[in-house]
Design a protein. Sequence first.
Length: 130
Amino acid sequence: MKPKYIIAIILIAVAIGAIISMYGDSSTYVDFKTAVASSDRDYHVIGTLNKEKPLEYNPEKNVNLFSFYMLDSLGYEMKVLYHNTKPQDFERSEKIVIVGRALSAQEFEASQILLKCPSKYTEGRKPGEN
């Protein structure tokens, strides 16, 4: 077999391996019930902060523990544990995307929190108008 064919086969094998590894690490957007049903992998959950329940963050006690209650897009609520500092302007966010896995039917452990903050532009107003 010619060396260029061997190199081509090796490159194809490496490309297939890379695609399979990226597919295995990717997570999908789900609701909390789906995440609880399959807690062996990471998921993205989109929702809103439940402002009626308290945020728990005490940097003097544990700077790397922040917890809050979130409602997913179907209205199911879970307590979210995030082992990092509280994100800035967290309370002002419109939507929250958490990445992680369910620990139980009541708790979700987030490895990442992504925030969608409210727009400074509102419908019918121009920038700079109050």
